[in-house]
Each structure stands twice: as C-alpha cells, then as structure tokens.
Design a protein around this ligand. Sequence first.
Ligand SMILES: Nc1ncnc2c1ncn2[C@@H]1O[C@H](COP(=O)(O)OP(=O)(O)OP(=O)(O)O)[C@@H](O)[C@H]1O
Ligand SMILES: [Mg+2]
Length: 658
Amino acid sequence: MHGLNPQQSAAVAHCDGPLLVLAGAGSGKTRVIVEKIAHLVATARYPARRIAAITFTNKSAREMRERVGKRIRGDAADGLTVSTFHALGLKLLQIEHAAAGLRRGFSIFDADDSLAQFKDLLPGAKPDVVQAMQQLVSRAKNAGLSPEEAAAAARSTREHEAAVLYARYQARLAAFNAVDFDDLIRLPVQLLEADEDLRLGWRERIGYLLVDECQDTNDAQYRLLKALAGPKGNFTCVGDDDQSIYAWRGANPENLSQLAQDYPALTVVKLEQNYRCSNRVLRAANALIANNPHEHPKTLWSAQADGERIRVWECRDATHEAERVAAEIQFLQTAGKAQWNEFCVLFRGNHQSRALEKALQLLRVPYHLSGGTAFLARAEVKDALSWLRLVANPDDDSAFLRAVQSPRREVGATTLAKLSELAQHAQLPLSRATESIGLLKQLPARAANALGGFADIVRGLRAEAARLPPAELVRNLNERSGLLAAVRAQCKSEQQFAMRRGNLDELADWFDGPRGAGPGELAAQLALLTHADRDDGGNQVRLMSLHAAKGLEFRYVFIVGVDDDTLPHEASVDEGRIDEERRLLYVGITRAKERLWLSHAREAQKWGSRLRLTPSRFLDELPADELQRDGADPVADAEHKRERADAGFAAIKALLDA
Ligand SMILES: Nc1ncnc2c1ncn2[C@@H]1O[C@H](COP(=O)(O)OP(=O)(O)OP(=O)(O)O)[C@@H](O)[C@H]1O
Ligand SMILES: [Mg+2]
C-alpha cells in the first residue's frame, strides 16, 4: 500500500467493524483517511457515493477530495461525500426538509442573525446578558437537548429562563423557515433517532464513515456519527486527545473513550512514527505534552534529522517581536532558503496580528491573514447574501430586513415598524406583505412605492433563479438590487471600489462549482464557509491563530506571544484550563517541519499602561538542550546579527533601486 507503515496499512485494511486511530501529531492520520477512501473504492467494498468523510473545515474537505481524486482513476471517485459535520447535516436537512418541518429554500442564520433574534426576544437586556443567554441556548442545543429536555435539565433559574427562551427562539426560526448552525447537527440527530425508516435509509445511503480530528467533535456531532454508523459501526475515526483545543466551543474529547464503550468491537490502532517534524521539534513537543495527564502515554518518534535548535527570542515588546519575525522571514527568503508560503506565523489571539501585519508591510513581505477580515463578514458580501436568502426564502424576515435597507431606499424605521404591524395582523412574513397591494395601500404613498419597487425586484430575481446558472444569478442580483451602485457611491477612490467590487465578483465565482442548486442551497453552502476556507493564499506568508492551524504543516513556524499572559491565556489560567492551553502550544509546535521560533515580549501596553510580562511557563517545560535562547551563544548570535545586517542592507538597496 503506497508507502504506508505497517500500522497505517493495518488501519487502511481494517474495513469490517469500528476502528479508531489514536495517534499524535504528524503521524499520518489524515493520510490514512485519504488512503482508506481510495482503498474502499479500489477494492469495490463501497462505491464512492456510499462513503462519507468528515473533515474539520470545508477547505480540508476540498483538499481531501483532490487528494482522493488523484489516487483513484477515472470517475470512480464521483459521488464521494467529503464535508464538515455541518455541511453533512445541511445535506441531510435539504433532502429531509419536510420531516424537519422546513420548506425548500430554508435559510441558515449565522451567529449575527441569531444574536439579533435574542436581542429582540430580550428587549432592554444588557448586551452581555443577551450574549450569555444565546450561549446557554447554544450549549443546550450542542448537548442535543430539545427545549423541553433543556427545561427538565435546568438546575438554576438562569438555565430555566434559557430553556424558555430556547423554545421561543425556535418558534421564531420556524416562522422564518430558518435554522441556525447548531440546528444543522441537532435536527438531523433528532430525525435519525426518532424515525426508523429515515434512519435505515440514511445508513443505506452512507455505508461507510470516516471522521478526521475526532477529538474535537461535540456531543451532538457524536450522536450524529452514532446514528449514521449504526450498531455495526462501519467507521474509521482518527484523532489525538492531545490536540483537543475546542472545549470552549463544546467539543468533548471524552467522546474518544466513549467510542470504546458504545462499540465493544472497536479496534484501536496507534501510530507512533511522526513524518512531519525534525527530531528536535518533536522532542520538544513530546516533553511539553508529557506535562498533561495521560491515561495511555503515547510515544512519538521521528526518523528525521535533529535539525536546528528551537530559537527562543526575548523581545522588548510586540512591535520589536514582529519586526524580528518579519526580518527573519525576509532574510531566509532573500537568501534563497525558502518560498514565502513556507512560513507561518501563529498567535493565540487575533489582535496579535496587527503588529505582525505592520512589520511585514514595512518590509514588503507578502502575507495572507486568515480570519479577522473574513471575506464573508464584509458588509457588501453579507448584503448580497441576504438578497440571495430572500430570493430563496420569502419567509426570511431577517434577510428581508437587511436586503430592504441595502442599498438604502425610502424605507425608514417608521415604515418598517408599520409594515411589521400590518404583516403581523395579516399573519404574513414581511416580504410577502410587501407583495400585497391591499396591504401596501395602508402605508403612506412614498413608502408604499419604495416597498412595491423592492418587491418587484425580488420577484424578478426569483423568476430568474429558476433558469439562470447560479453565478449569473448572483451577478444580476448585484446589479439589479442596486448593491453595486451603492458600493460605488460609498467608495472614495476607484481603487477602493475595485476592491469591494472584487468581493462581489468573488462571491459570484464561489457559485461556479455546484450546478443545478437553487439560490437557497447556494446561500446555505456559503453560510457554512469559515475563515479557514478562504485560505488559498498563493505564495504568501501565512498568519493565523493557533486554533486555525490544526491539521496544517509548514516548513518554518514562528509562534509569537509566548508569555504568561497570552499563552497560557490569563483567563484560562484563572479558570484552571492550563491543560488546554498546553495542547494549543503542542498543536502550534507540531506544525513545524524544519524550524521553529518561539518569541515573547518583556512588556505590553494594556489599558493605556505598561505591563511587565514574564516568559510563558511552558518554555520551562521544554528541554533546554533543544533550545537556543537569545544571548546563550555569543558566537552564533554575532554570526546571526552579521547575516541579518547584510540582508537588511540588501533589502534597503533593493527598495531604493525600485
Ligand atoms: N507513511 C508515510 N511515509 C511518508 N510520509 C508520510 C507517511 N504518512 C504520513 N506522511 C506525511 O507526514 C505528514 C503528516 O501527515 P498527516 O498530516 O496525515 O498527519 P496527521 O496525523 O493527520 O497530523 P495532525 O495530527 O497534525 O493532523 C504529511 O506530510 C504526510 O504526507
Ligand atoms: Mg491530520
């Protein structure tokens, strides 16, 4: 089998009954999944259309599909499902929408839409209360509880209030023919558990399941896995308990041991060879994670060379730190030792990227930042998406409210309040109300005209949705809704307009893939994209959070802000979540194939005053032999400085020449 080691081959060959591959970072777990899909198809155990692989992001799904496509010939891979849990849940709901009480074209509310509903349901409540309530409800949903079950399980007044709110929130979603992210898992679980025919039908449809990053599944996702896999347990799960870093989002690493209880026939395969990291990097990672409690300690070894020692930099402040990182990257690249995209800079919190961006820009180092300025969070993109949603789903009041005001037309708050009163009276969703001439007559003429005009555009687009290819529909929509003109009017320069127009064009490009899908399905698929999914970057240095780096690998890795305020994050220290912070650093360290830099600052600005920082306690847990701290080796330091100075002059000269 294609260069796999014996344990990997065993994992690939084991096709009858449940299998768990439990292994450390870089040991080829994801590779096993890819090879196993190819194996299942090639040996005709399952046709591709009966295989579903679950990945953590849509981007890793795309990559996996590509890799599988290269491994099997012709159209044998057609119909293979590779998606996130959420996208799989969405697919199930799109097919079983009637059983879930949804109509075709239903909308997906993102976190903002959902928060807006909670605000509405809790008039006058403080923002943090609203948010806390939203989180409580979300937690109940992720635990797989219905509103009734949540009420029964409530142990405090607060939880009780949340359960009541949960029921009212669901009623709203139902009225809008909408679901939120949590429902994409919860509803399929509910359907599968309650309806035997449906369950058996889906088990027939998905004969074999493979799950990557299994340690980060939450309880609802675990139930979905069980419901689909059935008692025979035709699945391969791969995971690493040491890389569980999403507990704060409801992930439950204990699901890994739960598998052994739920499936007594479970076979566990361990992989012990790491193929990714240099030996020093791996030894440092092993030493660090040994400080976490382990029931079954793992041993991970690497056949690679020792490699260079891990550099530990002590810097003045975040600016100095960023400048050193940028200069080092520039040096290695100009010295011909690497491509830009072989570098990755990792940080604990998104705010840390600002100093890095500034320093990289100064040195003209091309970079790509994941998250933060997420494409899908851009105003014009959200506007276009709400139009799409409304075209697909006339009941989506949330989409209506955004679309009707983007671009601004003569529809103010008073008009909307009046419209909503009339709509409520007539028991119509807002957008349908605007289609009723009788109802519009009860509004002042100007408002009625504006709303009537809006309804005409939506109606026209709805007619086109049926016959135009998706990308064309989106382009038409950008024109006809007036969005493009509004964006142009807002922009102060041609350059700015070109950029924002680019976002709208890009949105249309996203639709080139799936054909024959309606606008609702398209909008739904888009709603599921995450920041990591946009990370196609090209030849650029990657900047991302430690959380976003899961599963990835880079030749050179910098981790900044390794101080005792940032990593471990002070809030986690207060709440006793040190182990998860340690895992986060473990994930970061094990992304490095060849070289690793860990840096920290002596002081930071916080709330306008200076704060002294201490190096992270985790640095003391790394073996001193593998590290090279600043100042520890004067000869190496001098050499380092001289090289960097030369590179600096060369860079300045290049800038002057340009
Ligand atoms: N048998 C093998 N021979 C050579 N290289 C391998 C082998 N197995 C895996 N690799 C390589 O090792 C690297 C790590 O593999 P992979 O990403 O599958 O590990 P992983 O266990 O999924 O890591 P993580 O825990 O970070 O998700 C990849 O570059 C992969 O191509
Ligand atoms: Mg992996």
